[in-house]
Structures are given as structure tokens and as C-alpha cells.
Design a protein around this ligand. Structure first.
Ligand SMILES: [Zn+2]
Length: 218
């Protein structure tokens, strides 16, 4: 799919990705939020609106300082970590935050996901870290998330959920889906009381180089 060009197309793409994640069950009780860079600022899903009813006009434009830039809705309460990630990461063009079941379950044990499978490298590095806990919507959570995202495209938020970022909305969406897939596989291993064989750093670097070659690791 080609990257959206205009603000209108970007708003439509955010609604499309938000509704797809909701249909996949990744956003229980209207949780989760999605954003994309637009010019010097960003577009983000609104606070408290059912995804099924969301229209492109409901997406909120914000500055990178978190100030609303017109529109009829309030931004998602998690706007602080979206703006903090865009300020810290020039490579982030889009961010997807979910409370997807299996990754969130692992986050409640405050467990990082090690390199038990090569697809961990798709998420940017040799593991998916679990960020330290902080209350939702706070600057402290934003700082913890940025720290744990260093060199990564995905992070678990302790007792909360997942953040995935990408060079495009579809890239961030793909990473959010893969984190949930990997979390399910890792939980299955733990449930079976099997000890995963962890791939070494050299192999994970080889895999990362192959993903870079494919231009696949969104
Ligand atoms: Zn959340």
C-alpha cells in the first residue's frame, strides 16, 4: 500500500488501522491509540470514542508540544508518550499503542521478551524490553517508554500494554501485530515449562541485516 500523501489521506489511514486493530481485539474497552507525523506535528486518535464510529474528522492534530491544533475532539490521554517518542526518534513516522491480550499479559509480569525466535529482530533489536511502570497518561510513562525503546521499534509497558513504532502507519501496525504473535509463542513456551534456546547476538545481527535488505522491517 502506498504511503498516504495528504492530511486527509493520513486521517483516513489512521482510522483504517485503528478499526483493524479494534476488530482484531487489540483495543479492549476503547483502549489503545494511534498517531502519525504530519509536518511539524502529528495526528492522533481522539479520547474515548468507539473505534467503529470514528471518522477522519475525529482525528486530532497536535503540535509536538502536545498543544491541540484545531479540530472538535480531545486527543487520546496517552498523547504525552506519542509526542515524546516523535521528539526522541527521527525514525518514528507512526506509533501504534494497544492492550493486545498476550503481550499485555507478559507486561503484567514485567517480563521482556528475549531472542527466542528470529522474528524478535523484526521489532528492531535482540529483545523486546519491558519499560518500567508509571501511571497511564503521565510524563513519567513517556520517559520510561522512550528509554526502553532505545534501538527498538517495540516495547512492553509494565502492567499496561504495547507500543510499536514504524517508518509508516502500516509498518507500525505490522510490528504491533508481530509483537502479539511473538508474545503468544513465548507464553506458550512458558506455559509448557520449556526452556527456550535464545539466539545469540551475532545471529540476531545477521537476521536484522536481512530484514534491512528486504526493506521489510517497517
Ligand atoms: Zn494504554
Amino acid at each position: 500500500m502506498t504511503a498516504p500523501g495528504t492530511e486527509r489521506e493520513l486521517r483516513e489511514a489512521i482510522v483504517r488501522v485503528a478499526q483493524a486493530l479494534d476488530r482484531a481485539g487489540f483495543c479492549p474497552s476503547k483502549s489503545g491509540n494511534i498517531s502519525a507525523r504530519l509536518g511539524d506535528g502529528l495526528l492522533i486518535t481522539p479520547s474515548g470514542q468507539p473505534y467503529a464510529e470514528m471518522q477522519p474528522e475525529d482525528i486530532v492534530r497536535l503540535t509536538l508540544d502536545g498543544k491541540p491544533d484545531g479540530g472538535r475532539r480531545r486527543p487520546s490521554s496517552e498523547w504525552p508518550f506519542h509526542t515524546a517518542i516523535y521528539r526522541a526518534r527521527v525514525d518514528a513516522r507512526a506509533i501504534v499503542h494497544t492492550h493486545s491480550l498476550k503481550a499485555t499479559a507478559l507486561s503484567c509480569a514485567r517480563r521482556s521478551i528475549p531472542a527466542f525466535h528470529y522474528m524478535i529482530a523484526f521489532c528492531g533489536g535482540p529483545d523486546i524490553r519491558c519499560a518500567e511502570y508509571a501511571t497511564f497518561g503521565t510524563q513519567a510513562l513517556a520517559e520510561n517508554a522512550v528509554r526502553a525503546l532505545d534501538g527498538r521499534k517495540a516495547v512492553l509497558l509494565a502492567n499496561h500494554g504495547v507500543i510499536a513504532l514504524g517508518a509508516s502507519l502500516d509498518g507500525a501496525h505490522a510490528i504491533a501485530m508481530e509483537v502479539e504473535n511473538l508474545a503468544g509463542q513465548y507464553l506458550a513456551l512458558l506455559a509448557a515449562r520449556l526452556d527456550p534456546v535464545i539466539l545469540d547476538a551475532e545471529e540476531m545481527e545477521r537476521v536484522a541485516a536481512k530484514f534491512a535488505d528486504y526493506g521489510k522491517a517497517g
